[in-house]
Write a protein that binds this ligand. Structure first.
Ligand SMILES: Cc1cc2nc3c(=O)[nH]c(=O)nc-3n(C[C@H](O)[C@H](O)[C@H](O)COP(=O)(O)OP(=O)(O)OC[C@H]3O[C@@H](n4cnc5c(N)ncnc54)[C@H](O)[C@@H]3O)c2cc1C
Length: 506
């Protein structure tokens, strides 16, 4: 007999996990279906040879008191211990080591000393980041729903409006470069590289292209609420899985949804096994093109100009004798136009599971489409649900491009741990092809859409593709990042429960 649910969630990324946990806590009959063996998607983890590595995301924001994830955790009763970081990360720019201090006054001093050639316009720019980013943070924390496609969006967004938010309105249409030029923050290539590197990581765009509103919140958020989570983001994902189950919901792994078809006042999900499930409402935590495929449509494929792929190097190292280091280091090896080139800007994250054995993950941007050929030369795609550890193994005949990039990233790690080469116990890497197979994201695009003004806030993609069907994830408002997709999950949950005639608990 076909199982009947109130809400079915497809995918255990943080968007789906948030929606599922809130729906289960509200007393709805909920099941979350994940094709993989572990939760978290791009923010999940995998184990290999005694090391646990993050699959993608490492830096956590939103767990500070009052932060979006912290509130979700409180409401659903998920244990999410974390430690606030100050500095939030450490930059390495052209030989300069620059801690990104959390305090605004401290950061003004640090920045001034690190970049003596940066004129007073840069101080005005950081003040703009503080005030504009702070205003956007206040609105974001109050959980708006954009773009304004329905009365519910208007109601939620008006509720989130704050007097200070008016200050952020001009930022809705411009770019960060526009704000910098207006404030006179120009003329220091090294300082510009630092700003661009962080923007690229958080929004996919450097200052010239980055939406001013997204850029302000991205630069500000890192200092406002950057948290360290022991064991990484996979632990947080597992905490949400436990919360769903604790509230009577179901979470099923190795459960790949193949088809989604409308039924009377609901949807029918068909799985690889041939089993079907009926749900009155569906939250799909997948990219829009993947959802189109589930509905038997072609969809519009993501293009290289719209989103990035990621290349991630995973190293297990012998850390004996090393002093403790800050967990996050942004290594910028090129200023100027080459910043986006693979390996020129990377984030080095460390997870010291034991004093003498550390897991390091180094991520950099890459054009997803350019790896398809490399994938074709690797072994055939394994069936879905195969452990990530088997997907990150090198090809049988090592791909030279992959080896070169791994070496470049190891050089970048040497800026943080000079003796890293002699310490490597395990070396693996993941390409966009890996992410495509591991998360089923078509084309291996990760991190959502590049946050240009044309796709931000009021102009973001809608998250209601059909009646009773709601999208969560990094392709809809407010965009990429764990805290961003958690907000998309909250909005999908609120739509689902309100459409069932019930009141949302958040
Ligand atoms: C290398 C890298 C580094 C990053 N660093 C950070 C960082 O430091 N901080 C940060 O906040 N963010 C970071 N991000 C971004 C962040 O990880 C993502 O924006 C976010 O995790 C995406 O979440 P999502 O909800 O969109 O779902 P996804 O992570 O895409 O998860 C979707 C899930 O759905 C499952 N699924 C797909 N199709 C089906 C199906 N048909 N049936 C069943 N299940 C299905 C997948 O297996 C997957 O588990 C990083 C991303 C990458 C790739």
């Amino acid at each position: 007999m076909t199982e009947h649910l109130d809400v079915a969630v497809i995918g255990s990324g943080f968007g789906g996990l948030t929606a599922g946990a809130l729906a289960a806590r509200s007393g709805l009959r909920v099941a979350l279906f994940e094709q993989h063996t572990r939760p978290g998607g791009c923010a999940g983890d995998f184990a290999m040879d005694g090391f646990t590595f993050p699959a993608g995301a490492t830096v956590v924001t939103g767990l500070e008191p009052g932060g979006i994830l912290r509130r979700v955790a409180g409401i659903v009763g998920a244990a999410m211990p974390s430690v606030a970081l100050d500095p939030s990360l450490v930059f390495h720019v052209e030989g300069r080591i620059v801690p990104y201090d959390a305090g605004h006054a401290a950061w003004r001093d640090t920045f001034g000393k690190a970049f003596p050639d940066a004129g007073p316009g840069y101080a005005r720019f950081w003040e703009w980041v503080r005030t504009t980013g702070g205003a956007v943070y206040g609105v974001g924390r109050a959980l708006p729903s954009l773009p304004l496609h329905s009365l519910a969006d208007v109601r939620r967004t008006l509720r989130a409006a704050r007097p200070g938010a008016l200050r952020a309105l001009p930022a809705l249409i411009g770019t960060v470069a526009g704000a910098k030029a207006r404030l006179g923050a120009v003329g220091s290539p090294a300082a510009d590289a630092l700003i661009d590197a962080l923007l690229l990581d958080a929004t996919g765009a450097r200052a010239t292209e980055c939406s001013a509103v997204q850029g302000a919140i991205a630069l500000d958020l890192y200092r406002r609420g950057c948290q360290w989570v022991e064991g990484g983001t996979g632990r947080l994902a597992m905490a949400l899985v436990r919360a769903i189950r604790a509230h009577g919901g179901d979470v099923r792994f190795r459960a790949r949804v193949l088809h989604l078809a409308p039924r009377r006042d609901g949807w029918e999900l068909t799985f690889e096994s041939g089993e079907t499930v009926y749900a009155r409402r569906v939250v799909a935590n997948v990219p829009p093109v993947a959802l189109a495929h589930l509905r038997g449509e072609r969809g519009t494929p993501t293009r290289n100009s719209e989103a990035w792929g990621a290349f991630v190097l995973h190293l297990g190292i012998d850390a004996s004798g090393l002093d403790a280091i800050h967990p996050f280091h942004q290594v910028v090896r090129a200023t100027g136009p080459a910043l986006e080139d693979e390996g020129n800007n990377c984030l080095v994250s460390s997870f010291p599971a034991r004093a003498d054995r550390w897991a390091l993950s180094v991520s950099t941007h890459t054009r997803a489409g350019s790896w398809r050929t490399a994938r074709a030369s690797c072994r055939p795609s394994p069936p879905p649900g195969q452990p990530f550890s088997s997907l990150v193994s090198p090809c049988p005949s090592p791909d030279p491009r992959r080896r070169v990039l791994e070496d470049r990233l190891i050089d970048a790690v040497a800026a943080v741990i000079p003796s890293v080469r002699e310490r490597i116990l395990l070396r693996r890497s993941a390409t966009p092809a890996t992410f495509e197979r591991f998360t089923l994201r078509p084309g291996g695009f990760v991190g959502g859409l590049i946050q240009r003004p044309s796709v931000t806030a009021l102009r973001a993609a809608g998250h209601r593709p059909a009646g009773g069907l709601f999208l969560a994830g990094d392709h809809v408002f407010p965009g990429q990042g764990i805290v961003g997709v958690a907000l998309s999950g909250i909005n999908a949950y609120r739509d689902a429960i309100e459409s069932l005639g019930r009141k949302a608990i958040l």
